[in-house]
Ligand binder design. Sequence first.
Ligand SMILES: CC(C)(COP(=O)(O)OP(=O)(O)OC[C@H]1O[C@@H](n2cnc3c(N)ncnc32)[C@H](O)[C@@H]1OP(=O)(O)O)[C@@H](O)C(=O)NCCC(=O)NCCS
Length: 196
Amino acid sequence: MNIRLETPKDYSAVERLTFAAFETMTLPGRTHTDEHYLAHILRGAPAFIPELDYVLEEGGRILANIMYSKSKVVRPNGDELETITFGPVSVSPEFHCRGLGTKIIGYSLDRARELGFGAVIIVGHPLYYPRFGFKAASEFNLVMSNGSSFDAFMALELREGFLGFEGGEWYEDSLFEIDQSAFNEWHKGFLREAKA
Ligand SMILES: CC(C)(COP(=O)(O)OP(=O)(O)OC[C@H]1O[C@@H](n2cnc3c(N)ncnc32)[C@H](O)[C@@H]1OP(=O)(O)O)[C@@H](O)C(=O)NCCC(=O)NCCS
């Protein structure tokens, strides 16, 4: 198994992988899968971090992917602190629970630390991410942009003390608010290509 940066040749395989992985996700209120579209539009966005766009492959087949983008904390006094966020992160469904997610997430967090980023903030499975050191974001007095905080909202300091305890509101890139009509149009082509 090999972890390497994604290249344009991988884009289509990664989007299919992302779709397949997230189709397995069942959550109350979840109506459809659009994370593969997110992967598609993220790569062209200023917030995207290409140095942390990894694939895990075996025998030439891509089995996992992780992407990161820039996010931020806005302090109560208006100051901004740059953070990073991963997602989508996907493992091919037939390889779930075999350690691949742990491998690619752990690897990318190490690289993010080496690149000098200070903290990673995510919304994700609250039973999965603590193994990487993630804590409830509320421990750093952070809230979402709408003032809420919940178990799935988590933070990891890559540099100790980076987040401090002043708290603030966390914002991911606006691209995460997906334009559903643009998604629907793109998704039709995606399904056509997947069938071909
Ligand atoms: C979540 C995901 C990336 C984990 O990768 P993976 O390779 O299956 O996981 P690993 O083998 O590294 O780890 C397995 C552990 O994760 C746990 N786990 C896997 N998916 C989980 C989930 N959705 N919620 C909680 N725990 C989960 C397993 O129970 C197992 O726990 P254990 O080690 O205590 O037995 C992968 O399952 C996936 O692609 N899921 C669909 C897309 C998704 O949910 N992405 C993340 C959105 S936040």
